[in-house]
Write a protein that binds this ligand. Structure first.
Ligand code: RB5
Length: 152
């Protein structure tokens, strides 16, 4: 029984979230709205008065998400573009820039994305939150998609 709990704790799905200054408000909104059943860690940035570089946060989060297959990352910048470009340099990261509920769903179903990126300046917070919830509650379909994802 003890071993079971230790293994469960080690395998607990972790959600990491990070943003630059341009994604700071949306990051905070997502943190406030996210269901507390999730084990979520905020990697910064911690204010929007200092201009910071998005690749720093994308790489920091991507290293942590890469450590466990069930980990998920949420990255927010002004457009979502820079964060997705930087995160996708990591071998084990499949980062999807999401701007609709449909593409958030497909990124999980077909592409087994493990990081969602969002653009605070381009996507309103209600839609962004819907994307995040859809992303977190959709599982990879496997089947025909598995061989394709393996070839990425
Ligand atoms: C910062 O001004 C902005 O360039 C950044 O947040 C992001 O949109 C880059 O892709």
């Amino acid at each position: 029984m003890l071993a079971f709990w230790i293994i469960s704790l080690i395998n607990l799905k972790k959600i990491y979230i990070a943003s630059d200054h341009a994604g700071f408000n949306l990051k905070n909104y997502i943190l406030r709205k996210l269901n507390t059943k999730f084990n979520i860690m905020d990697l910064g940035t911690h204010n929007n008065s200092t201009s910071v570089n998005y690749p720093y946060y994308a790489h920091k989060l991507s290293k942590l998400v890469s450590a466990n297959k069930s980990n998920i990352g949420i990255l927010v910048c002004g457009s979502g573009l820079g964060m997705s470009m930087a995160a996708n340099r990591h071998k084990k990261i499949r980062a999807a820039l999401c701007y609709s509920v449909k593409n958030a769903k497909l990124s999980r179903l077909h592409n087994d994305a493990n990081v969602i990126t969002l653009g605070e300046r381009l996507t309103n917070k209600n839609l962004a939150m819907k994307c995040v919830n859809t992303f977190l509650n959709t599982n990879f379909e496997r089947g025909r998609h598995l061989k394709r994802v393996k070839r990425i």
